[in-house]
Every structure is written in structure tokens, then in C-alpha cells.
Design a protein around this ligand. Structure first.
Ligand code: ADP
Ligand code: MG
Ligand code: ZN
Length: 628
């Protein structure tokens, strides 16, 4: 507040501003050079998760920074790489899926930053920049004054202006803003969300129709959903459908600013929108400024000021403002309740990870205009990609096209998609003979064990593919094909999944009477499943239908801990119950493998011979009546 006043009282600087301007130009040059150089040193290379895992595995990593789903590593040679992880898989899990052991991970320096940059970072930056910033700010005020005085004040003025991008096709961005060309047709699958946003579109198209009747029109829509589910796309499509300008800014941009500037950018942004109304203002990553106040360590003045400014401005909208604010977040749970009050972001539209039908539709959108082989089945591909967000599917379509080009094909076929899916899930194939013959045999039996157990256990998904081609950090993999999109899973399905996970270890024990470290990841996943059966879903008869422990929501590392809401005895009982589930499942896995030993052998042989066995071949092997 005080700062705003001082801006308005800029007259006090009247006599001094000329000198200050000269001084300021110098400082800004220095500041500019400084920022430029620091920008260059902090350049980060975009990489994939397996690249990061490889670097960790090769002991090249000095430290790791986690910021939301963004993993950034600094290597000993000073270079940095970053990659995005799956939202619902913690960093530890993602790395373990790629074969990095928990011990390795624990030996690394891991810095968790929240959306706004780590506290230490923030502090360090403040300390180094503080003097420059102070001078810069002083000059900025002077410049504001200069411009009001009619001089062609230059770029410093932009500090206080929002750099909201008005989407525009034409070069003269400042003139009448262009409208996004994206429409609802480009957003596949999200039927419910489109339906809910239809009203907003209608309002933007014909605001008078609503205001004439005195209807209270929506002001703010909160779009919630995991990363890559098309929140940004959907917001643009709303503007596109209505044919109105789209102004876009990200909450995280506000946070990087100097105190007071965020709020002024918000004012500026909304002013731009009003000038061009009807319009859509899109605030991406609203959680960066809209976190529950008082939560987390320390306060952040800048964030609160910015948030307050957003709220105040939205409250100030009257019935003929005709600006719709759409905010996006993947953490609706941490938002300040003040944001969700009536008259603010009181509509919530959820974009979930797409189900099998939606995935097919999204694939259809992103293969539009790409030459596909005639017999390709997008619905089969959709089945193979559970957990893929829209962005992953877009990536898939693109990877498949690249692969087809590299293979000198004129059309993209099923194999290109299959290979790209595997690449996206498990990382690129690892070439070279890294395994000894004995190790290869162990891996073959391990994977065959998973596959045979999955095939013969009840309520499991069919096996789509078994392979001992090393990918990323995994030595082999067994890929199930989820039959239908299940929303609810039975207790039996959980047990079967655990049995399947233990099939690898069981095969090793039966065949070699010796177990290896290869099953570490399977065991962890099995344990986690068993634990959630007991503590989350009330599947344990002994412990009953209640949940145990409240998971401490940590967006960065998954569950870092829990608040215990049960007694020590219960804790022991939970442990026992988990042990019991696992032991029972392991016995079941072994029983299946003993019964179908010949099939296990046949599959392992086939794997050793040809490395990969796909579904038809697998089913044929399993169907052969080799024993009585
Ligand atoms: P978010 O903002 O939720 O992280 P984006 O809107 O940035 O996701 O989505 C990234 C890309 O993924 C989009 O540009 C689009 O190509 C693709 N995508 C995501 N969801 C869909 C969808 N439902 N239909 C078509 N494409 C989608
Ligand atoms: Mg987005
Ligand atoms: Zn395994």
C-alpha cells in the first residue's frame, strides 16, 4: 500500500528525476548485463526422466532440485538438466521405477522448492540483488513520472506492467488483440468440462443477453486437474469458441517479482482485459499465489499482495465488466478458501486424466493430418496407455511420427506407436550386452514368473507383452493390458496384483533356489499396495473398515509421512497384517508357478531366444497342453 502511495506522490521527485534518469540508465545497463549473465549460467537443458536416472546412476549428479513435478539436476560439470515427472508418482518412486535404489537416492542432496523457489534460493537472490533492486525501483518510480510528463519513457516502465500475452497472430500485438483459433473440437474427451464451460462461452459471446435479465454471471472459473490434462488448452478453447481475446499469465511469474510489482501487474492485466472486453483472463498455476495464507513456512508478502489484488479486482467487477477469469491449478486442495468464495472462483471444472475412450479421442485429435497405416487401431493404443495425460498422448503421436520417419516409412504403423509407448513408459532401449549369460537367464525367469502368475491368477489383466530388453534402468518388463477402464477395484484385484508383482521373485526362488536384488522394486510396490489395502481401503477384516493415518500431502515427494491417528498396538497390527497379505500372496505366486512350471520354462526359453514375447504368442504358449 505504502509503495503505491509513493508512486502517486512521485511529484516529490520532480527536480531530481533528470539526474536520476542518467544514473538509472547506467544502473539498468549493469542490472541488465548481470541478469543476462546469470540467465546464461542457469540455462537448463530439457531432458527425459531416464536421462536423469542415467546421470544419477553414473554418479554425475551434484544435487537435485524438485519443484512441483519438475526435476532439475546439477551435474558435477556444472551442467543442468530438467525433466518432468508424472504428477501422481513421487520423485522417489519415479526414480525407483527406473532402477535407482533408495540408498542411492538418500545419498544425494535433494532440495525441494515449492512453486515460488526455495527459501534459501529466494534469500540468496534477495541479498545479491537487493542493492540493485533498490536503485532500480527508485528509477522505475522516476520513469513512471517521466512518462506521465509526456516524455517517451522507455522500457523500465514495463516493470510494473503485466506481461500478459495477448494471443495474437498479427505482428502488431498491441492493436486489437487476436483471438485464439482453438475451439472445443481441439479438446478431446472432456465432455463434462465442455458442458460446464458452455455457459461461460455463451456469456462471452452475448453478454447483454445475460445482463439485461439481471443474471449474476460467472466471474471466475477454477480449472483443476493434473498436469497435461489440457487446462491451458481448454481455457484457450473457451476464448476461441467465444471469439474473444485471451490474456494469459502464470501465477509463478508473479512470485518471482519484487514486492509490490505483482499487485501492480495484476491491476494492469485486468485493465487490459477490461479495455478489450469481453475477454478471458487466464491465470495459470494460481496455487503459486493462491496458497492458503499462513500455510507453509514464513509468509510471503509478495504472494499475499498479489493474491489480495486478484481478489479485490474480481470483487470490483460489476455486471458489465464482461471479463471471465479462468484459473488453473493441479493443487486445488492447497488453495486459499478466500479464492473460492461466491463471486470469485466459484465454479470449479475438473479435468481428470483421460479414461480409455477419452484417450482414443485425444489420439484421434493428435493423429489428425498424420499419415496412419490403414489397419491401425487407436482404441487398442488407448488401452495400452493408462495414466497418460493428454500431453503424454500428444507426445506419443509425435514420437511415433518421428520413429516412422527414422525408419524411412511413409505411414505411421502400430509398431511405431508400440515402441513409442514403451519408450515413454520405460525409457529408451538399452543397447549393448550388459548382462552376463547367467544374469540374462535370471531376468528371463523373473519376467516369465510375473507373466505366468498374472495369466493364471484371478482378476488380473491379460499380459500384453513380456520382454527382457533392458529399458532405462529396468532389465526387463511385463506389460499388462488393462481390459476395461475400471473405476472401482475389488479386494481380489488388489491381491492378484500383489501376487503378480511377487511372481518374479517366486520364479527366481523356485528355479534357481536363489534370489536376487532384481525384485526390489516389485517388493516395494507390493508392500505399498498391501499397506493401502489395510490403511486406506479397509480391506482388512482384522483391522476393520477405517483408515489409518492421515497422509501428509506433500506434492513433491508423494507421501513423506503421515500423521498417526492410531495407537502403537494398532501400528503393530497393521504391520502384521501387511506381512500376512504379502506372505499369502507370495505363497499363491509360488503355487501357481509350481503348478505351471512347464509353461514357465517354455516362456523363459522363448524370452532367451527372442527377447520379446507378445500377446498372441504368449497366449499360445500358455494354452499349450504340455502337462496332464
Ligand atoms: P495443462 O495446462 O493441464 O498442463 P495443457 O493444456 O498445457 O495441459 O496440455 C498440453 C498439451 O496436451 C495440449 O497442448 C494438447 O496438445 C494436449 N492435450 C491435453 N489434453 C488434451 C485433450 N483433452 N485433447 C487434446 N489434446 C490435449
Ligand atoms: Mg498448463
Ligand atoms: Zn519384477
Amino acid at each position: 500500500m505504502k509503495r503505491d502511495d509513493s508512486i502517486k506522490n512521485g511529484d516529490k521527485f520532480n527536480r531530481r528525476w533528470l539526474i536520476v534518469t542518467i544514473l538509472g540508465t547506467l544502473t539498468i545497463t549493469v542490472l541488465g548485463l548481470y541478469l543476462l549473465s546469470s540467465y546464461r549460467t542457469t540455462r537448463v537443458e530439457a531432458a527425459s526422466l531416464p536421462d536423469i536416472a542415467n546421470a544419477i546412476d553414473a554418479n554425475q549428479v551434484k544435487d537435485i532440485t524438485l519443484r512441483g513435478d519438475l526435476i532439475t539436476i546439477t551435474q558435477f560439470d556444472g551442467s543442468r538438466m530438467s525433466a518432468r515427472k508424472e504428477a501422481n508418482v513421487s520423485f522417489f518412486e519415479s526414480m525407483q521405477l527406473l532402477g535407482i535404489s533408495p540408498a542411492t537416492l538418500k545419498s544425494l542432496t535433494i532440495v525441494v522448492e515449492d512453486g515460488q523457489g526455495g527459501m534459501s534460493n529466494y534469500l540468496g537472490l534477495t541479498l545479491t540483488l537487493a542493492p540493485l533492486v533498490l536503485i532500480g525501483f527508485f528509477i522505475f518510480m522516476a520513469f513512471r513520472h517521466v512518462q506521465r510528463g509526456g516524455m517517451a519513457g522507455g522500457f523500465p516502465n514495463q516493470i510494473g506492467q503485466s506481461n500478459a500475452r495477448v494471443v495474437s497472430d498479427s505482428a502488431e500485438a498491441d492493436a486489437a488483440a487476436e483471438r485464439p483459433k482453438v475451439t472445443f473440437d481441439d479438446v478431446a474427451g472432456a465432455g463434462q468440462a465442455k458442458f460446464e464451460l458452455q455457459e461461460v462461452v455463451e456469456f462471452l459471446k452475448e453478454p447483454e443477453k445475460f445482463t439485461k435479465l439481471g443474471a449474476r454471471v460467472p466471474k471466475g472459473v477454477l480449472m483443476a486437474g493434473p498436469p497435461g490434462t489440457g487446462k491451458t488448452l481448454m481455457a484457450r478453447a473457451v476464448a476461441g469458441e467465444a471469439g474473444v481475446p485471451f490474456l494469459h499469465i502464470s501465477g509463478s511469474e508473479f512470485v518471482e517479482m519484487f514486492v509490490g510489482v505483482g499487485a501492480s501487474r495484476v491491476r494492469d492485466l485486468f485493465k487490459k482485459a477490461k479495455d478489450q472486453s469481453p475477454a478471458v483472463v487466464f491465470i495459470d498455476e494460481i496455487d503459486a499465489v493462491g496458497r492458503r495464507r499462513g500455510a507453509g513456512f514464513g509468509g510471503n508478502d509478495e504472494r499475499e499482495q498479489t493474491l489480495n489484488q486478484i481478489l479485490v479486482t474480481m470483487d470490483g467487477f460489476d455486471t458489465n465488466t464482461n471479463v471471465i477469469v479462468i484459473a488453473a491449478t493441479n493443487r486445488p486442495d492447497i488453495l486459499d478458501p478466500a479464492l473460492l468464495r461466491p463471486g470469485r472462483f466459484d465454479r470449479k471444472v475438473v479435468l481428470d486424466l483421460p479414461d480409455v475412450e477419452a484417450r482414443e479421442a485425444i489420439l484421434r485429435v493428435h493423429t489428425r493430418g498424420k499419415p496412419l497405416e490403414a489397419d491401425i487401431s487407436l482404441s487398442d493404443l488407448a488401452k495400452l496407455t493408462p495414466g497418460f495425460a493428454g500431453a503424454d498422448l500428444e507426445n506419443l503421436a509425435n514420437e511415433a511420427a518421428i520413429l516412422a520417419a527414422r525408419r524411412n516409412l511413409s505411414t505411421i504403423g502400430e509398431p511405431e506407436f508400440q515402441d513409442s509407448i514403451e519408450r515413454i513408459i520405460a525409457g529408451p532401449e538399452r543397447k549393448g550386452n550388459l548382462l552376463t549369460a547367467a544374469e540374462r537367464r535370471t531376468v528371463a525367469y523373473h519376467e516369465a514368473g510375473h507373466a505366468v502368475v498374472m495369466h493364471f491368477a484371478d482378476e488380473t489383466d491379460p499380459v500384453h507383452k513380456v520382454s527382457i530388453v533392458s529399458r532405462g534402468m529396468a532389465l526387463g518388463y511385463t506389460m499388462p493390458l488393462p481390459e476395461n477402464n475400471r473405476q472401482l477395484r475389488s479386494k481380489e484385484a488388489f491381491v492378484s496384483e500383489i501376487v503378480g508383482l511377487l511372481g518374479g521373485r517366486a520364479a527366481e526362488e523356485i528355479v534357481f533356489n536363489r534370489i536376487t536384488t532384481g525384485a526390489a522394486n516389485d517388493l516395494e510396490r507390493a508392500t505399498r499396495l498391501a499397506r493401502s489395502m489395510v490403511t486406506r481401503f479397509g480391506f482388512s477384516e482384522k483391522l476393520g473398515m477405517r483408515t489409518f493415518g492421515e497422509e501428509q500431502g506433500n506434492p513433491f515427494l508423494g507421501s513423506l509421512g503421515e500423521t498417526r491417528d492410531y495407537s502403537e498396538e494398532r501400528a503393530q497390527a497393521i504391520d502384521q497384517e501387511i506381512d500376512q497379505i504379502i506372505q499369502l500372496a507370495y505363497r499363491q505366486a509360488k503355487a501357481i508357478l509350481v503348478e505351471y512350471r512347464t509353461k514357465l520354462d517354455a516362456l523363459a526359453e522363448a524370452l532367451l531366444e527372442q527377447e520379446t514375447v507378445n500377446r498372441p504368442q504368449f497366449e499360445a504358449l500358455m494354452a499349450q497342453s504340455t502337462e496332464a
